[in-house]
Design a protein around this ligand. Sequence first.
Ligand code: CP
Ligand code: NVA
Length: 303
Amino acid sequence: MKRDLISILDIKDDIKEILSLAELLKSGKQDAACSLSGKSLAMIFEKSSTRTRVSFEVGMAQLGGHALYLSPKDLQMGRGETISDTAKVLSHYVDGIMYRAFKHEAVLELAKSATVPVINGLDDLEHPCQVVADLLTVKEHKGGFEGIRMAYVGDGNNVCNSLLLGAAVVCMDFVAGCPEGHLPNERIVRKAAGIAKENRCTSRVVSDPKEAVKGADVVYTDVWISMGQEAESGTKEKDFIAFQVNPSLMKHAKKDCIVMHCLPAHRGMEIVEEVIDGPNSVVFDQAENRLHAQKAIMLTLMR
Ligand code: CP
Ligand code: NVA
């Protein structure tokens, strides 16, 4: 039976093992050089990517496999071939499909027809691979999750949705500070709160950025305008001024708080240079961890 990673919840029972495997791969203690030898990963990108594309491609090479970059412009999908037919055809050639799509429904449709694992490389609802790397980064810098308080400040977007779920699954206290009208997905907020309750941690959404950051061990932000929302820039940006991660907001967090951003960042918008390039920032460790986390994900789903 094939396993997909569409939502971070799809790996909720294996997340601890995946993080441990990623740590072993990163430290070099586990050699997985030929583990995916002869296997291929198709990567369909409807949107731009630096980290996701390069880390999947390099990760596959390091595991002995091969990755193909496919843009819908070049695929027959761009000329109207259905997602379902594309999924069925690709399943005969490759051992896994990574899909970065505009719509969450498109990823679900691909996964329904594919007979090989489908990995969500970001859609408008979630960014699960990012959050596996983020959890790895928190674990490395804070030694674990229990008693750790993560504050996400900014747009209630795909990254925020996956962080809400991911934090609840690993029992990390989580608070999202988002402006009214830009809150995370309601169903996901409810789901995360339910998991957090079971796991005896907290999951909250507030509209005051200072309240969110108060006493935080981790402050996380992301762009105000996600890919596909470019038409909203200008109208949307003005709602976020108070949510900028700058030294004045950071005063409310713990002194040894780490600063995270999935990147790409817009310096001077959601975060200022002084903070993202400052001593508390771990954004480039976080970017590096995409590689280790994804290798662990691919080994779990495709081996
Ligand atoms: N964080 C992230 O997914 O980056 P890319 O858009 O460059 O892949
Ligand atoms: N929320 C951002 C994340 C980019 C990695 C977007 O969807 O554009």
